[in-house]
Design a protein around this ligand. Structure first.
Ligand SMILES: [Zn+2]
Ligand SMILES: [Zn+2]
Ligand SMILES: [Zn+2]
Length: 266
């Protein structure tokens, strides 16, 4: 049995977010992450967040065999150091990411030290096989100041897409509609970017500088869930997103909002 657990459902800053009162009473959400158990019990973590400790406890594991990274934005990588000698002190974990992300790791002193110390072995293969499941990376347009961005397709008996961040549907879909794009990729379960509910959600910030397709737009494109549609779950919620406390706009159409501990069998 291949199981995937949602270990974090929030955007990079988590919920509640530091320095903010708007979300202070909301249930805590960790920065986005998933855990995959292969059919031999191997444990594979996607993203290394600063809440790694809580996330491994939630998952019920104390060590992982490999770590996959989608891209270099802060919330997805700021837990890498926790594997090093100051904390877990583990060795020989396979760290999978793109060539551009690998090169950033090699060029960043704090991270290259983790390579020198043998904590991580870097690996940039675009397809990796584990017992009962293979992992494929898929390049996705997203702000690339530091590295490019790759979503992951986890293929067991079913296929799960992990797409926490992207800029716009028009760039990602390249002329297709969401259903066709997912069906061409063979996706049964899609964990997708639900950062903002609407395009004018941030009161004091220029939201155009942090583009994500608003959930409202995605829902408009999808409409009601039809027979044969994949399961779609919105993740990577910003602390300002009303879906953090009211999932009705999504669930009334037959889709889901991610929450820590959600499990998927693939
Ligand atoms: Zn992010
Ligand atoms: Zn807030
Ligand atoms: Zn990002």
């Amino acid at each position: 049995m291949i199981e995937v657990v949602l270990l974090g459902s929030a955007q990079d800053g988590g919920v509640p977010q530091v320095g903010c009162n708007c979300c202070i009473d909301l249930k805590q959400r960790y920065p986005v992450s998933i855990g995959l158990s292969d059919s031999d019990g191997g444990k594979h973590l996607f993203e290394a967040t600063r809440n790694l400790g809580e996330q491994l406890r939630l998952w019920g594991v104390t060590e992982v065999d490999s770590v996959f990274l989608t891209h270099a934005h802060f919330g997805h990588v700021d837990g890498l150091g926790l594997f090093g000698k100051e904390t877990m002190g583990v060795k020989g974990i396979n760290l999978y990411c793109s060539k551009s992300m690998s090169s950033l790791i090699e060029r960043t002193p704090n991270w290259s030290l983790l390579l020198t110390d043998g904590v991580f072995n870097l690996n940039s293969e675009s397809e990796v096989k584990f017992p009962g499941v293979s992992i494929e990376s898929l390049k996705i347009p997203h702000r690339s100041e530091l590295s490019d961005m790759h979503a992951y397709l986890l293929r067991g008996d079913k296929t799960l897409l992990f797409l926490p961040d992207h800029d716009t549907w028009s760039e990602t879909l390249e002329g297709k509609d969401i259903r066709t794009w997912l069906s061409d990729l063979g996706v049964d379960i899609a964990l997708i970017d639900g950062t903002f509910m609407s395009e004018d959600e941030l009161q004091n910030r220029d939201q155009s500088k942090i583009p994500h397709p608003p959930v409202k737009q995605t829902l408009q494109m999808l409409g009601q869930r039809q027979k044969g549609d994949p399961e779609i779950v919105f993740i990577h919620l910003n602390h300002t997103n009303p879906l953090c406390y009211d999932t009705n706009p999504v669930s009334s159409l037959g889709w889901k909002v991610g929450i820590e501990g959600m499990r998927f069998i693939i």
